[in-house]
Design a protein around this ligand. Structure first.
Ligand code: AHG
Ligand code: MN
Ligand code: MN
Length: 337
Protein backbone atom coordinates (compact mmCIF):
# COMPACT_ATOMS: atom_id res chain seq x y z
CA UNK A 1 0.00 0.00 0.00
CA UNK A 2 1.45 3.33 -0.97
CA UNK A 3 1.96 5.31 2.27
CA UNK A 4 3.07 8.45 0.42
CA UNK A 5 0.69 11.01 1.99
CA UNK A 6 0.45 14.00 -0.33
CA UNK A 7 -0.13 17.40 1.28
CA UNK A 8 -0.27 19.99 -1.46
CA UNK A 9 0.66 23.64 -0.85
CA UNK A 10 -3.02 24.62 -0.99
CA UNK A 11 -4.00 21.81 1.44
CA UNK A 12 -1.30 23.05 3.83
CA UNK A 13 -2.24 26.73 3.51
CA UNK A 14 -5.89 25.93 4.29
CA UNK A 15 -4.86 23.60 7.13
CA UNK A 16 -2.63 26.29 8.69
CA UNK A 17 -5.27 28.97 8.20
CA UNK A 18 -7.13 27.22 11.04
CA UNK A 19 -4.27 28.41 13.36
CA UNK A 20 -5.53 31.96 12.78
CA UNK A 21 -9.05 32.16 14.30
CA UNK A 22 -9.82 35.49 12.61
CA UNK A 23 -8.35 34.55 9.24
CA UNK A 24 -10.70 35.09 6.33
CA UNK A 25 -8.50 33.33 3.79
CA UNK A 26 -6.96 36.50 2.32
CA UNK A 27 -3.35 35.53 3.05
CA UNK A 28 -4.12 31.96 1.99
CA UNK A 29 -5.37 33.18 -1.36
CA UNK A 30 -2.35 35.44 -1.83
CA UNK A 31 0.09 32.61 -1.09
CA UNK A 32 -1.78 30.33 -3.44
CA UNK A 33 -1.53 32.89 -6.26
CA UNK A 34 2.23 33.15 -5.66
CA UNK A 35 2.41 29.37 -6.02
CA UNK A 36 0.58 29.58 -9.35
CA UNK A 37 2.93 32.23 -10.75
CA UNK A 38 5.89 30.12 -9.56
CA UNK A 39 4.63 27.16 -11.62
CA UNK A 40 4.34 29.37 -14.71
CA UNK A 41 7.85 30.79 -14.30
CA UNK A 42 9.17 27.30 -13.61
CA UNK A 43 7.72 26.06 -16.89
CA UNK A 44 9.49 28.85 -18.82
CA UNK A 45 12.80 28.29 -17.02
CA UNK A 46 12.68 24.58 -17.78
CA UNK A 47 12.38 25.43 -21.48
CA UNK A 48 15.12 28.13 -21.39
CA UNK A 49 17.51 27.27 -24.17
CA UNK A 50 14.77 25.72 -26.30
CA UNK A 51 12.54 28.76 -26.63
CA UNK A 52 13.62 32.34 -27.13
CA UNK A 53 13.61 33.24 -23.42
CA UNK A 54 17.28 33.26 -22.50
CA UNK A 55 19.65 36.15 -22.95
CA UNK A 56 19.31 39.83 -22.37
CA UNK A 57 16.13 41.78 -23.02
CA UNK A 58 18.34 44.58 -24.32
CA UNK A 59 16.97 46.79 -21.56
CA UNK A 60 18.75 48.10 -18.46
CA UNK A 61 16.70 48.03 -15.24
CA UNK A 62 16.49 50.61 -12.48
CA UNK A 63 19.53 48.96 -10.89
CA UNK A 64 21.57 49.79 -13.99
CA UNK A 65 21.83 46.05 -14.60
CA UNK A 66 21.25 44.26 -17.88
CA UNK A 67 17.72 42.91 -17.72
CA UNK A 68 17.40 39.28 -18.82
CA UNK A 69 14.30 38.21 -20.77
CA UNK A 70 13.38 35.90 -17.91
CA UNK A 71 13.64 38.82 -15.45
CA UNK A 72 10.92 40.57 -17.46
CA UNK A 73 8.79 37.44 -17.88
CA UNK A 74 8.95 36.53 -14.18
CA UNK A 75 8.19 40.15 -13.22
CA UNK A 76 5.07 40.17 -15.41
CA UNK A 77 3.90 36.75 -14.20
CA UNK A 78 4.13 37.59 -10.49
CA UNK A 79 2.61 41.07 -10.88
CA UNK A 80 -0.28 39.64 -12.92
CA UNK A 81 -0.91 36.86 -10.41
CA UNK A 82 -0.79 39.22 -7.42
CA UNK A 83 -3.21 41.61 -9.15
CA UNK A 84 -5.68 38.81 -9.92
CA UNK A 85 -5.59 37.60 -6.30
CA UNK A 86 -7.50 40.70 -5.21
CA UNK A 87 -5.70 40.46 -1.85
CA UNK A 88 -2.75 42.67 -2.81
CA UNK A 89 -3.08 46.43 -3.40
CA UNK A 90 0.44 47.05 -4.67
CA UNK A 91 3.80 45.45 -5.49
CA UNK A 92 7.41 46.64 -5.32
CA UNK A 93 9.74 44.66 -7.55
CA UNK A 94 13.43 44.76 -8.40
CA UNK A 95 12.54 45.44 -12.04
CA UNK A 96 10.44 48.58 -11.44
CA UNK A 97 11.74 51.92 -10.17
CA UNK A 98 8.58 52.72 -8.22
CA UNK A 99 5.96 50.61 -6.50
CA UNK A 100 3.14 49.41 -8.74
CA UNK A 101 -0.23 50.53 -7.35
CA UNK A 102 -3.26 48.36 -8.20
CA UNK A 103 -6.01 50.92 -8.74
CA UNK A 104 -8.88 48.71 -9.88
CA UNK A 105 -11.83 48.71 -7.45
CA UNK A 106 -11.23 45.04 -6.52
CA UNK A 107 -7.47 44.98 -5.89
CA UNK A 108 -7.26 48.49 -4.36
CA UNK A 109 -9.11 47.05 -1.34
CA UNK A 110 -6.43 44.38 -0.90
CA UNK A 111 -5.11 44.03 2.65
CA UNK A 112 -1.50 43.26 1.73
CA UNK A 113 1.45 44.64 -0.20
CA UNK A 114 4.18 42.44 -1.68
CA UNK A 115 7.89 43.14 -2.33
CA UNK A 116 9.49 40.76 -4.78
CA UNK A 117 12.69 39.85 -6.57
CA UNK A 118 11.01 38.06 -9.47
CA UNK A 119 14.16 36.36 -10.65
CA UNK A 120 17.18 36.10 -8.38
CA UNK A 121 20.54 35.05 -9.78
CA UNK A 122 19.53 35.98 -13.31
CA UNK A 123 23.14 36.31 -14.49
CA UNK A 124 23.22 32.50 -14.17
CA UNK A 125 20.23 31.71 -16.39
CA UNK A 126 22.09 31.21 -19.67
CA UNK A 127 24.46 28.73 -18.00
CA UNK A 128 21.84 26.47 -16.43
CA UNK A 129 22.69 27.38 -12.85
CA UNK A 130 19.84 27.46 -10.30
CA UNK A 131 17.92 30.71 -9.96
CA UNK A 132 15.04 31.77 -7.70
CA UNK A 133 12.25 34.16 -6.77
CA UNK A 134 12.12 35.93 -3.39
CA UNK A 135 8.92 37.44 -1.91
CA UNK A 136 7.94 39.41 1.18
CA UNK A 137 4.37 40.18 2.35
CA UNK A 138 3.26 43.02 4.66
CA UNK A 139 -0.10 44.30 5.85
CA UNK A 140 -0.67 47.70 4.23
CA UNK A 141 -0.42 50.74 6.58
CA UNK A 142 -2.82 52.87 4.52
CA UNK A 143 -6.58 52.25 4.86
CA UNK A 144 -8.15 49.74 2.45
CA UNK A 145 -9.56 51.56 -0.57
CA UNK A 146 -7.07 54.45 -0.07
CA UNK A 147 -4.21 54.80 -2.56
CA UNK A 148 -1.27 52.73 -1.33
CA UNK A 149 1.91 54.77 -0.95
CA UNK A 150 5.66 54.50 -0.44
CA UNK A 151 5.50 54.07 3.36
CA UNK A 152 3.50 50.85 2.89
CA UNK A 153 6.61 49.39 1.25
CA UNK A 154 9.24 50.77 3.64
CA UNK A 155 8.31 48.81 6.74
CA UNK A 156 10.89 47.07 8.93
CA UNK A 157 11.52 43.42 8.03
CA UNK A 158 10.18 42.45 11.48
CA UNK A 159 6.72 43.59 10.26
CA UNK A 160 6.57 40.95 7.54
CA UNK A 161 3.41 38.85 7.69
CA UNK A 162 4.98 36.17 5.49
CA UNK A 163 8.06 35.66 3.33
CA UNK A 164 9.49 32.95 1.14
CA UNK A 165 11.37 31.94 -1.94
CA UNK A 166 11.13 29.57 -4.87
CA UNK A 167 14.30 27.82 -6.04
CA UNK A 168 14.25 26.62 -9.64
CA UNK A 169 16.94 23.98 -9.22
CA UNK A 170 17.41 20.24 -9.74
CA UNK A 171 13.86 20.24 -8.42
CA UNK A 172 11.68 23.30 -7.93
CA UNK A 173 10.87 24.11 -4.33
CA UNK A 174 8.77 26.75 -2.61
CA UNK A 175 9.87 27.55 0.97
CA UNK A 176 7.84 29.99 3.09
CA UNK A 177 6.91 31.09 6.59
CA UNK A 178 3.97 33.03 8.03
CA UNK A 179 5.83 33.51 11.30
CA UNK A 180 5.05 30.04 12.65
CA UNK A 181 8.03 28.04 11.37
CA UNK A 182 9.36 27.29 7.89
CA UNK A 183 7.99 24.66 5.50
CA UNK A 184 9.29 23.49 2.11
CA UNK A 185 7.25 22.18 -0.82
CA UNK A 186 8.65 20.38 -3.85
CA UNK A 187 6.91 20.69 -7.22
CA UNK A 188 5.68 17.34 -8.53
CA UNK A 189 5.53 18.08 -12.28
CA UNK A 190 3.43 14.95 -12.91
CA UNK A 191 0.51 16.49 -11.00
CA UNK A 192 1.55 20.17 -11.23
CA UNK A 193 1.38 20.59 -7.44
CA UNK A 194 3.83 21.81 -4.81
CA UNK A 195 3.85 18.97 -2.22
CA UNK A 196 5.05 19.23 1.40
CA UNK A 197 8.55 17.70 1.38
CA UNK A 198 10.43 19.60 4.11
CA UNK A 199 8.09 20.16 7.11
CA UNK A 200 9.22 22.48 9.93
CA UNK A 201 12.72 23.30 8.63
CA UNK A 202 15.24 24.12 11.39
CA UNK A 203 18.71 25.34 10.38
CA UNK A 204 21.70 23.82 12.30
CA UNK A 205 23.15 26.22 14.92
CA UNK A 206 26.60 25.48 13.51
CA UNK A 207 27.77 24.63 10.03
CA UNK A 208 30.94 24.13 8.05
CA UNK A 209 30.10 26.04 4.88
CA UNK A 210 30.92 29.69 4.24
CA UNK A 211 29.59 31.38 1.10
CA UNK A 212 31.16 34.63 -0.14
CA UNK A 213 32.45 35.99 -3.44
CA UNK A 214 36.15 35.89 -2.57
CA UNK A 215 36.89 37.80 -5.77
CA UNK A 216 36.10 40.91 -3.73
CA UNK A 217 38.37 39.88 -0.82
CA UNK A 218 40.87 42.74 -1.13
CA UNK A 219 38.03 45.27 -0.78
CA UNK A 220 36.33 43.68 2.25
CA UNK A 221 36.30 45.33 5.69
CA UNK A 222 39.12 44.08 7.98
CA UNK A 223 36.74 42.08 10.18
CA UNK A 224 35.44 40.13 7.16
CA UNK A 225 38.96 39.38 5.97
CA UNK A 226 39.89 38.11 9.45
CA UNK A 227 36.71 35.96 9.58
CA UNK A 228 37.47 34.37 6.19
CA UNK A 229 41.01 33.57 7.37
CA UNK A 230 39.45 32.08 10.56
CA UNK A 231 37.23 29.85 8.36
CA UNK A 232 40.34 28.67 6.49
CA UNK A 233 42.48 27.88 9.57
CA UNK A 234 42.89 24.27 10.77
CA UNK A 235 40.97 23.51 13.98
CA UNK A 236 39.68 19.99 14.74
CA UNK A 237 37.06 21.10 17.35
CA UNK A 238 35.23 23.49 15.07
CA UNK A 239 35.64 21.32 11.95
CA UNK A 240 37.72 24.05 10.28
CA UNK A 241 38.87 24.61 7.66
CA UNK A 242 35.31 25.02 6.50
CA UNK A 243 34.18 24.33 2.95
CA UNK A 244 33.67 27.28 0.62
CA UNK A 245 30.54 27.05 -1.53
CA UNK A 246 29.33 29.96 -3.70
CA UNK A 247 26.84 29.65 -6.58
CA UNK A 248 26.19 33.34 -7.16
CA UNK A 249 22.43 32.99 -6.75
CA UNK A 250 21.39 34.13 -3.26
CA UNK A 251 18.44 31.71 -3.15
CA UNK A 252 20.64 28.70 -4.04
CA UNK A 253 23.44 29.62 -1.63
CA UNK A 254 20.97 30.37 1.17
CA UNK A 255 18.80 27.27 0.63
CA UNK A 256 21.79 24.90 0.80
CA UNK A 257 23.08 26.57 3.97
CA UNK A 258 19.59 26.61 5.52
CA UNK A 259 19.34 22.82 5.24
CA UNK A 260 23.00 21.87 5.89
CA UNK A 261 24.15 24.73 8.14
CA UNK A 262 26.44 27.52 6.99
CA UNK A 263 26.85 31.27 6.60
CA UNK A 264 26.29 33.51 3.57
CA UNK A 265 28.15 36.81 3.41
CA UNK A 266 27.73 39.73 1.03
CA UNK A 267 29.86 42.50 2.57
CA UNK A 268 30.19 46.05 1.40
CA UNK A 269 33.14 46.45 -0.96
CA UNK A 270 34.69 49.01 -3.33
CA UNK A 271 32.21 48.40 -6.15
CA UNK A 272 29.27 48.09 -3.73
CA UNK A 273 29.93 50.50 -0.83
CA UNK A 274 26.57 49.59 0.79
CA UNK A 275 26.72 45.96 -0.25
CA UNK A 276 25.01 44.62 -3.39
CA UNK A 277 21.87 42.91 -2.07
CA UNK A 278 18.64 44.84 -1.75
CA UNK A 279 17.21 45.16 1.75
CA UNK A 280 13.49 45.19 0.90
CA UNK A 281 13.09 42.25 -1.50
CA UNK A 282 16.23 40.14 -0.97
CA UNK A 283 17.68 40.56 2.54
CA UNK A 284 14.49 41.00 4.60
CA UNK A 285 12.54 38.00 3.27
CA UNK A 286 15.60 35.70 3.46
CA UNK A 287 16.36 36.99 6.97
CA UNK A 288 12.74 36.34 8.03
CA UNK A 289 13.04 32.71 6.89
CA UNK A 290 16.44 32.32 8.56
CA UNK A 291 15.17 33.57 11.95
CA UNK A 292 12.03 31.45 11.71
CA UNK A 293 14.30 28.42 11.17
CA UNK A 294 16.46 29.29 14.22
CA UNK A 295 19.22 31.15 12.36
CA UNK A 296 20.34 34.81 12.44
CA UNK A 297 20.74 37.69 10.00
CA UNK A 298 22.64 40.95 10.33
CA UNK A 299 23.99 43.88 8.34
CA UNK A 300 27.10 43.73 10.52
CA UNK A 301 25.76 46.33 12.96
CA UNK A 302 22.29 45.13 14.01
CA UNK A 303 19.62 42.54 13.41
CA UNK A 304 18.65 43.04 9.80
CA UNK A 305 14.90 42.92 10.47
CA UNK A 306 15.17 46.03 12.69
CA UNK A 307 16.40 48.31 9.88
CA UNK A 308 13.81 50.84 8.65
CA UNK A 309 14.25 51.05 4.85
CA UNK A 310 14.65 54.57 3.43
CA UNK A 311 14.11 53.61 -0.22
CA UNK A 312 12.77 50.63 -2.21
CA UNK A 313 16.07 49.61 -3.81
CA UNK A 314 18.29 50.37 -0.82
CA UNK A 315 21.25 48.00 -0.57
CA UNK A 316 22.68 46.48 2.61
CA UNK A 317 25.64 44.38 3.69
CA UNK A 318 24.12 40.95 4.42
CA UNK A 319 25.25 38.13 6.74
CA UNK A 320 22.80 35.27 7.25
CA UNK A 321 22.74 31.63 8.34
CA UNK A 322 23.59 29.40 11.30
CA UNK A 323 23.22 31.30 14.56
CA UNK A 324 26.67 30.56 16.01
CA UNK A 325 28.43 31.33 12.71
CA UNK A 326 26.72 34.73 12.34
CA UNK A 327 27.54 35.52 15.98
CA UNK A 328 31.22 34.53 15.46
CA UNK A 329 31.37 36.81 12.41
CA UNK A 330 29.93 39.67 14.44
CA UNK A 331 32.71 39.17 17.03
CA UNK A 332 35.28 39.66 14.26
CA UNK A 333 33.47 42.75 12.95
CA UNK A 334 33.23 44.20 16.48
CA UNK A 335 36.92 43.59 17.21
CA UNK A 336 38.03 45.16 13.93
CA UNK A 337 35.89 48.29 13.71
P1 AHG B 1 19.64 39.37 -9.04
O1 AHG B 1 19.88 38.37 -10.12
O2 AHG B 1 18.23 39.39 -8.54
O3 AHG B 1 20.16 40.74 -9.41
O4 AHG B 1 20.47 38.91 -7.76
C1 AHG B 1 21.80 38.55 -7.91
C2 AHG B 1 22.47 38.63 -6.58
C3 AHG B 1 22.29 37.40 -5.71
O5 AHG B 1 21.44 36.45 -6.26
C4 AHG B 1 23.68 36.83 -5.56
O6 AHG B 1 23.91 36.38 -4.25
C5 AHG B 1 24.57 38.00 -5.90
O7 AHG B 1 23.85 38.79 -6.83
C6 AHG B 1 25.86 37.55 -6.52
O8 AHG B 1 26.62 38.72 -6.71
P2 AHG B 1 28.14 38.58 -7.24
O9 AHG B 1 28.04 38.03 -8.61
O10 AHG B 1 28.65 39.99 -7.16
O11 AHG B 1 28.85 37.67 -6.28
MN1 MN C 1 18.33 38.96 -6.50
MN1 MN D 1 16.49 39.71 -9.62
Amino acid sequence: MNNYKITTLNDFIILKQKDFPYAKGELSSLLSHIGTAAKMVNKKINKAGLVDIIGSSGEVNVQGENQQKLDVYADEMFIGSLLSSGECCGVATEENENEIVFSDSFASKGKYIVCIDPLDGSSNIDFNVSVGTIFSIYRRLTQRGEKVNNEDFLQKGSQQVAAGYIIYGSSTMLVYSTGYGVNGFTLDPSIGEFCLSHPDIKTPEDGSIYSVNEGNYVHFPEGIKKYIKYCQELDKESSRPYTSRYVGSLVSDFHRNLLKGGIFLYPENRTAPKGKLRLVYECNPIAFIALQAGGEASDGNCSLLEITPQSLHQRSPFYVGSKNMVRKLQEFLHLNR
